[in-house]
Design a protein around this ligand. Structure first.
Ligand code: PEP
Ligand code: MG
Length: 595
């Protein structure tokens, strides 16, 4: 927990990492740093039943509140988002916890709030020692529910994120991808966090929700207070606390300029994504939830290059059934028709955790039991998903892709399970596309370096640069302290990308790129020139990518790519790429590059 906050009244400018573009100006709402604290008072024996009655009433009120919020969120944002509250109900209705509070109340003869917080603290202490991620994740559920109960006991106002009525800029030390998934776009107009990097999943989610965001600010929660006004510039990674009138006016102008540019780019929606000399590439969108398909279509993408299915498994106390998954995948496939959707199988671990799966806490989660490694070791979970994907493949142009492949062996192992599932469906006469394309995500350097081998068996590649960069450069993608080392332009990264594209093309398979680098517009010319076939990015980045593609000759992009491959440092490539961008799209370069 953080110490007392300093009050600042003067304007203060903080620099962080741009996570999702756009400018917003609004009042601050600080999320999740509130400590559990209750006043202490001695009570008499006669007061014991009164206190128990107060406790039971508070539990009932809290229960009603949670159910109401669950309904509201499910209605406004979909059942997947509402499910987090089912987990909260489980905590609330835990008979052991309730019994323990009552027993201690009788013994200690202290007011119920005090006793309740004491017991809760004990639970949190025990759980924070636990090795297993499932138990650790319970802490945030317990804290959330604990705060609600306490507020009801104290008669205080309830303030959870879902209770926001005014449009607010949410400020937090950290937000998990599941918290971000719960944000309501109408009320949360922007957010900023102390920790996190450009490709952390919290940042990715912000882009998908189209909420301007800045992460990695290091100390924003120390210097800000509820009710402060901030300007949040998600394009450049800046947060200005208590801005002067002059600054507000300046940023209002910037905001209008940004909106104007966005509107102009929207005009490209129906135009083809081809270079001035007629070389065509596929521009696809990344989605996290089925409802994101609308944004992919609205931004003029020609397909979905990455559907991160793990969000389906988040914010719920159980695993999604085959039927639920089938319905979701089928609806995505049907809505994106005649275009394709690449469904990536479950990629948990790293910075994406599922509280109900028993995954132990690891020293190096990004190098640990994640993605395909977890799926191969959990065939029941994996096959359920494969079955749902295969069944959905009868309804649209659906492709399948495995994450975190480190070499051909894992790819083959996954395919053995896939064949198994196919033969089961065949026996039952359940329709599916027998020729479904199966691709490998290339995001581990060993896979990139053996992509010549994998390309012989895979139907396509998709380069996952978010991970490829962190593994190639040994830079944790969510650690703001070393974010300066996380360089998509690093010569090692460029040569790995070139190697994957060349090896894919030698075997006549298509090579896409679905990491955040695809939406880094200064990099579009280089990637295009390296021969990339498909860019898959957050839908909001699609019009910008298209603008660059349509403003350059393929032959010129090839020259740019070749020159960049000869450079020695990431910095050199970045400066070169920015300078080229200014020549290609002078009107957009400054505003959109974030540099
Ligand atoms: C990647 O690693 O580049 C990628 C697209 O996958 P994720 O960000 O979900 O790890
Ligand atoms: Mg990845």
């Amino acid at each position: 927990m953080k110490g007392p906050r300093k009050s600042i009244r003067k304007q203060m400018q903080l620099k962080g990492i741009p996570a999702a573009p756009g400018i917003v100006i609004g009042k601050v709402y600080i999320f999740g740093t509130e400590e559990l604290h209750a006043p202490e008072r001695k009570i008499t024996s006669e007061e014991v039943p009164v206190e128990i009655a107060r406790f039971k009433r508070a539990l009932l009120e809290t229960r009603k509140e949670i159910i109401k919020v669950e309904k509201k969120i499910s209605h406004e944002m979909g059942v997947e988002h509402g499910r987090i509250f089912s987990a909260h109900l489980l905590v609330l209705e835990d008979p052991v916890l309730v019994e323990e509070v009552i027993t201690r109340l009788k013994k200690k003869k202290k007011n119920i709030e005090f006793v309740f917080v004491e017991i809760l603290d004990k639970y949190i202490d025990v759980l924070s020692e636990a090795k297993d991620e499932y138990l650790r994740d319970r802490i945030s559920d317990i804290m959330d529910v604990g705060r609600r109960i306490l507020r009801n006991l104290l008669g205080a106002e309830t303030r959870g994120m879902e209770d926001l009525t005014d449009k607010s800029v949410v400020i937090a030390y950290d937000l998990s991808p599941s918290h971000t998934a719960m944000m309501h776009k109408g009320r949360v107009i922007g957010f900023a966090t102390d920790i996190g990097g450009r490709t952390s999943h919290t940042a990715i989610m912000a882009k998908s929700l189209e909420i301007p965001a800045v992460v990695g600010l290091e100390n924003v929660t120390d210097v800000i207070r509820n009710g402060d006004t901030v300007i949040l510039d998600g394009t450049h990674g800046v947060v200005i606390v208590n801005p002067t009138k002059r600054f507000v006016e300046k940023y209002e102008k910037e905001q209008k300029k940004y909106e104007h540019i966005e509107k102009g780019l929207f005009g490209l929606k129906t135009l083809s994504s081809e270079t001035l000399d007629g070389h065509k590439v596929v521009l696809a969108g990344n989605i996290e939830l089925p409802e994101d398909v609308a944004s992919v279509i609205a931004h003029g993408a020609e397909g979905i290059g990455l559907y991160r299915t793990e969000y389906f498994y988040m914010n719920r106390p159980d695993l999604p059934s085959e039927e639920e998954q089938f319905n979701a995948y089928k609806s995505v496939a049907m809505r994106i028709k005649p275009h394709h959707v690449i469904i990536r199988t479950l990629d948990i671990g790293g910075d994406k955790f599922l509280s109900h799966l028993d995954i132990p806490k690891e020293m190096n989660p990004f190098l640990g039991w994640r993605a395909i490694r977890f799926c191969l070791a959990s065939p029941v979970i994996f096959k359920t998903q494969l079955r749902a994907i295969l069944r959905a493949s009868a309804f649209g142009k659906l492709k399948l892709m495995y994450p975190m492949i480190s070499g051909i062996t894992e790819f083959r192992q996954a395919n053995v399970l896939l064949e198994d599932v196919k033969s089961g469906l065949r026996k039952k006469g359940i329709p599916f596309n027998n020729d479904i394309e199966v691709g490998a995500m290339i995001e581990v350097p060993s896979a990139a370096m053996t992509s010549n081998i994998i390309a012989k068996e895979a139907d396509f590649f998709s380069i996952g640069t978010n991970d490829l960069i962190q593994y190639a450069l040994a830079v944790d993608r969510v650690n703001e302290k070393i974010a300066y080392l996380y360089e998509p332009t690093h010569p090692a990264v460029l040569s790995l990308i070139r190697m994957v594209i060349d090896n894919g093309h030698k075997e006549n398979i298509s090579v896409g790129l679905c990491g955040e680098m695809a939406g880094d517009i200064a990099m579009v010319a280089i990637l295009l020139g390296l021969g990339l076939d498909e860019f898959s990015a957050s839908p909001i980045a699609i019009p910008e990518i298209k603008k660059v593609v349509r403003s350059i000759e393929y032959s010129a992009a090839k020259v740019i790519a070749q020159k960049s491959l000869q450079m020695q440092t990431g910095e050199e490539v970045r400066l070169f790429a920015n300078a080229r961008l200014k020549e290609i799209v002078p009107d957009l370069a400054d505003e959109l590059s974030g540099k």
